[in-house]
Write a protein that binds this ligand. Sequence first.
Ligand SMILES: NC(=O)c1ccc[n+]([C@@H]2O[C@H](COP(=O)([O-])OP(=O)(O)OC[C@H]3O[C@@H](n4cnc5c(N)ncnc54)[C@H](O)[C@@H]3O)[C@@H](O)[C@H]2O)c1
Length: 458
Amino acid sequence: MKINSICCIGAGYVGGPTMAVIAQKCPHIKVTVVDLNESRIADWNDANLENLPVYEPGLDAVVAEARGRNLFFSTDVDKAIDEAQMIFISVNTPTKNYGAGKGMAADLKYIELCARQIARVSKQDKIVVEKSTLPVRTAEAIKNILDHTGNGVQFQILSNPEFLAEGTAVQDLHNPDRVLIGGEDKDAIKSLVDIYANWVPAEKILTTNVWSSELSKLTANAFLAQRVSSINAISELCEKTGADVSEVSKAIGMDVRIGSKFLKASVGFGGSCFQKDILNLVYIAKSYGLHEVADYWEQVVIMNDHQKNRFSRNIVQTLYNTISGKKITLLGWAFKKDTNDTRESAAINIAQNLIAEQAKIAVYDPKVSEKQIKEDLISLDENQLKLIQVNQDPYEACHNSHAIAVLTEWDEFNTYDWQKIYNNMLKPAFIFDGRNLLDKKQMTKIGFTYIAVGSSNL
Ligand SMILES: NC(=O)c1ccc[n+]([C@@H]2O[C@H](COP(=O)([O-])OP(=O)(O)OC[C@H]3O[C@@H](n4cnc5c(N)ncnc54)[C@H](O)[C@@H]3O)[C@@H](O)[C@H]2O)c1
């Protein structure tokens, strides 16, 4: 099938950028991204590109090029499904928070709703592409729903997991390490390969069976997160022994068998994917009775929780075991730099821990709105919420603070006038650098008590 019309259900962090790049690279294909969330679609259509709902470097230029030409954002899901020959499902697959598998399994209700809607609306044969991250063998369930509730039309299911990293999504989509397509039907696979072949070299387009493709995505995230937890585990040992985790990570990363990426110790990983995908993997392993496999991978998440909690515990202990009434500034709220995404950000956990100790929290993040920060702290009661203030200006946020915690590795934090910040803080002035971002020598010279992850002050 020669594809000239695509629809993508889900205009989030994956659906939006992925489809924008497909539209940019394939001007002959009409790409319509649909979502139930009206305000999200309105933001994607906003004339002011600064208001796009997803912040990614370079995304505004891609959207500017394709939007209105062959890229469209709409809430009319039925119409877009009806018109498209190929439908990507890119809806959220959060961890289930009820019933069997609560806290571990992926909640597939949004996926199932999409499948039922596609079945109801479709009048012609279609290729359905799983772009969301899904448990292995989900394609079977989707196929079942489509075949049993549809109008007798033929559906081919492909798995095409997305490997982009937020913060570098446009770069990753323009120049992916690989594109993975799992499927059974050769023609359907070819239709999707042909789309990517418009800009991705053939040797980087990998085709596998559907189950390998689904499982590869979960495995990739588990391996990446495992590296972070591994180096974080070593960071705690460094703090006790006088070793420096940055030096250890450089030394081991130069070994080509290990490699240098994802070896930076930090306050812990966040983001919507790592934790949920590992827990999903753990759940799948358990459901097959593979308890050792499940326990092995679960430890990656346990270690991450430990890292976040010990970071906030260290703040309390260092500030003489009480932070009640003290002002502590959090620099950064997003789960990593160059994104406005805060899902599972370590900052949320740390803020909650500090507020439980009755600290006053000031937050500054260059891309995250006050509204979002307050939404992330929805579990706090009214009195606790009064303890948090969000600043638009980093100097204001640090004014009269007892301590600063650097929680996101935004480049701009390194450009600040740290002498000025120091002058306006209470003394002794502490910095807890959760990203090992700032220059230790410079900070110490100014007078800060500078505490980094994974290096001792022995
Ligand atoms: N965020 C990432 O970096 C990343 C990377 C790779 C893969 N993934 C996977 O991609 C999937 C999507 O992730 P995301 O971060 O884009 O999620 P997201 O929450 O940002 O976006 C999902 C969107 O789907 C919409 N939606 C849900 N049900 C719908 C329905 N029935 N009809 C229309 N719209 C519907 C929601 O309103 C939401 O806007 C997940 O499975 C995730 O695991 C995410």
